[in-house]
Design a protein around this ligand. Structure first.
Ligand SMILES: C[S@@+](CC[C@H](N)C(=O)[O-])C[C@H]1O[C@@H](n2cnc3c(N)ncnc32)[C@H](O)[C@@H]1O
Length: 210
């Protein structure tokens, strides 16, 4: 790299930093989308209505481990931490290093663990953190645009990792995540949230038996 290329690269880095400072989490989310539109699958984070409805059925008093796939810039994170018991733990898994770096820089809570990786490997990740099972798994993944084979692998691994009585919570713009949930979970409740861009299908898959 010659001198002028180096100056140009420094300028771009400086501009990116300035853009992130000015736009906050929305800017980081947008940058993540521009870099990897297929994996992020949405241009804007979920609405507070989606967050509230998704988490409504969670029995927080009995939640020791809450797992989230695809936290992005942490749209759900503060609400989960506000409800989670003091001795609970919260693992978030995302394939995008930009989002994991951002979460590690902005969330300071000893119960919170941000992991760079794919949701397919949830069982190993949960075990690495000293747990066998998760009480709840929340997913914001774009199930319909994931690479071939990834969505079925994630649905199967999630079923194995959720404890009896626990649930798999999904929200997506199509019914694909709900349909994968129904392949494994004995009971699936469904909802729809209009106040979200775009509106989305909500699903709660309950694991009634081992
Ligand atoms: C639509 S965004 C959801 C963002 C956020 N949860 C929200 O509600 O605003 C989808 C996220 O899934 C992540 N992702 C995509 N494939 C993944 C995978 N296999 N494992 C974990 N995260 C993944 C993307 O990097 C992105 O952060």
């Amino acid at each position: 790299m010659d001198g002028s290329e180096l100056t140009e690269e420094r300028k771009v880095t400086k501009l990116k930093r300035k853009f992130r400072q000015m736009t906050g989490p929305l800017g980081v989310f947008f940058e993540g989308f521009v870099k990897n539109p297929v994996m992020v699958g949405s241009i804007i984070p979920s609405s507070r209505y989606t967050i509230r409805r998704m988490l409504e059925p969670v029995d927080w008093a009995n939640c020791k481990l809450f797992v989230e796939y695809g936290p992005g810039v942490g749209t759900f994170c503060q609400t989960v931490l506000d409800h989670l018991p003091r001795d609970g733990e919260y693992i978030v898994i995302d394939t995008n290093p930009l989002f994991i770096d951002y979460l590690n820089r902005t969330i300071h809570d000893s119960r919170f663990h941000a992991v760079l990786g794919s949701a397919e490997h949830v069982e190993q990740i949960v075990r690495r953190h000293g747990h066998e099972k998760a009480d709840y798994v929340l997913s914001g993944l774009p199930f319909s645009t994931l690479p071939e084979g990834v969505a079925p692998a994630i649905a199967a691994a999630t079923y194995r990792v959720v404890r009896k009585g626990g649930a798999f919570l999904t929200y997506q713009f199509s019914t694909v995540a709900r349909d994968f949930t129904a392949l494994h979970f004995s009971r699936v409740d469904t909802g729809f949230e209009w106040i979200n861009i775009p509106p989305c299908v909500l699903a709660w898959g309950w694991k009634d038996t081992d």
